[in-house]
Design a protein around this ligand. Sequence first.
Ligand SMILES: Nc1ncnc2c1ncn2[C@@H]1O[C@H](COP(=O)(O)OP(=O)(O)O)[C@@H](O)[C@H]1O
Ligand SMILES: [Mg+2]
Length: 393
Amino acid sequence: MRVCHLSLTDFRSYPSAEIALDPGVTAFVGPNGHGKTNLVEAIGYVATQSSHRVATDAPLVRHGAERAIVRALVVRDERRALIELEINPGRANRARVNRSPVARPREALGLLRTVLFAPEDLALVKGDPSERRRFLDDLLVARAPRFAGVRADYDRVLKQRNTLLRTAAATRQGRRRGARRQEDDAAFASAGAGDVLSTLDVWDSHLVRHGAELLAARMDLVEALRPLTAKAYATLAPASAAADLEYRTGVKLSTDCGRSREILEEALRASLAEARQAELERGVTLVGPHRDDLHLALGELPARGYASHGESWSFALALRLAAYDLLRADGGDPVLILDDVFAELDGHRRTRLAEIVAPAEQVLITAAVPDDVPAELAGARFDVTEGSATRVR
Ligand SMILES: Nc1ncnc2c1ncn2[C@@H]1O[C@H](COP(=O)(O)OP(=O)(O)O)[C@@H](O)[C@H]1O
Ligand SMILES: [Mg+2]
């Protein structure tokens, strides 16, 4: 798969840009701050409808503009798809595929698949669990776009359940204070609390349904990633201890019952029941996929907090390479994007990474200076200066 044309309107620093892309390697080279990452970020956005740099859409729209438009013409097995995304911060985004509007932007997911490597990936190893959950969920969506819906449903239910729990916690505190002053208030408040509990049961069943689906998919995904990550890590850091992954969940799972959806639903339901008292006290949902983590280990030690800078980099790259292998095995080479990564790597890792990515159908690289692009990855080149990209090779 490859992008053969990218067109931007008011995206980041670009009032407009038209960029024709060839198969194979293309490097965007230019001084820092001149707009290289903005270009590849736009391509990543078409694939995932999110940015690898920011959590919200607002910074993607050019300062002073109302909306941004990103268009990508994607070719896969000789078939073309034109994907157009209109980014409207604070309002619903819109998408068109082959010039026809789709009901929801997420229907345009899956037409372009990318694997993006960036300095921000170090957070996969050093950062909070939310970074690793996002890595897993983004990969789930890339492999099967319907997971965008599962994730959105889970997040929505979680938010509503948390609102209810917060109300319940506040009511309880009010009741305790009230009870001290006036016994009658307690009776009034407890009638309200009964409503809360029955509403909570309804939210529990939704949370269990979507949560178990997410949990099952993440656990399967981690099993698929384990050997691929270990292999990629061993290639990048042959002298280091072996890399391993483990999905860690607060949901209590018995070891011998398997991992079917039904079993996970039961387990999540039971864990929620167990946590309910504490949840009512604290006003927040304490178990479920939103609290889980992907544990990364190097030999006996956790990578987080123990791995050296070089090992952390290798682990982050290994996770991305494993994702690339999985997507490729599903069918169709994803577009590889390497944003400013070669400058960060030592000679060995640079060469290994270059060798691994060189055969991909399309590789897009950003670098501050031409020397940061490894010789194995010679190809087309754009100079990016002062917010415009000019093809020079
Ligand atoms: N929403 C925006 N509106 C206008 N300019 C922006 C916006 N977001 C980022 N920029 C500008 O884009 C530039 C950074 O571009 P970037 O692609 O990250 O540079 P690099 O070439 O180092 O990768 C900065 O000068 C920044 O001010
Ligand atoms: Mg950059």
